[in-house]
Design a protein around this ligand. Structure first.
Ligand code: HEM
Length: 127
């Protein structure tokens, strides 16, 4: 049993599963008339959990890549690291601009983050 691998998979599931769950929950909460402050509190708490998961995914991923001697350039894992980089940048952009952007722009950015999360899983399995 490799503890680092186990942690990597757990936090990868938290990040990606969280995105998918939130995508399903938010419209349902809106439809049920959830107050904007309730939605913001949920988003803030989700952000704390998901950023912690992502930080742990990056650290444990780098440990595993180093352990197995995987190159971070010109390989499926290199592509995965680039996709993760774009996903982190988009998520940070979303977090800092969410209050000012329109629901359509927010939805497009959230959709892109979700697609990148699923692509990361695909690339991870292609290693
Ligand atoms: C800099 C960031 C990352 C690096 C360097 C990295 C590196 C790695 C490495 C080397 C493995 C193989 C480890 C092993 O088999 O023990 C792996 C597996 C995996 N990674 Fe990452 N990872 C990173 C981020 C992520 C993120 C953000 C996710 C998803 C949100 C993710 C999802 C996965 C999954 C699902 C596997 C398992 C693939 C399988 O067992 O077939 N990784 N990663």
């Amino acid at each position: 049993m490799n503890a680092v691998r186990w942690i990597h998979l757990l936090v990868a599931a938290i990040w990606t599963g969280g995105l998918i769950t939130l995508a399903a929950l938010v419209p349902a909460m809106r439809k049920a008339g959830a107050d904007i402050e309730v939605l913001r509190a949920a988003a803030r708490q989700f952000g704390r959990l998901s950023w912690t998961a992502m930080a742990i995914a990056v650290v444990t991923g780098l440990i595993q890549a180093n352990k197995f001697g995987y190159s971070l350039t010109g390989s499926p894992i290199g592509t995965k690291v680039q996709v993760v980089g774009v996903m982190i940048a988009l998520t940070a952009f979303h977090q800092f601009t969410a209050r000012k952007t329109s629901p359509a722009v927010r939805g497009a950015i959230q959709g892109a983050i979700l697609i990148l999360g699923i692509a990361t899983f695909w690339l991870a399995v292609a290693i």
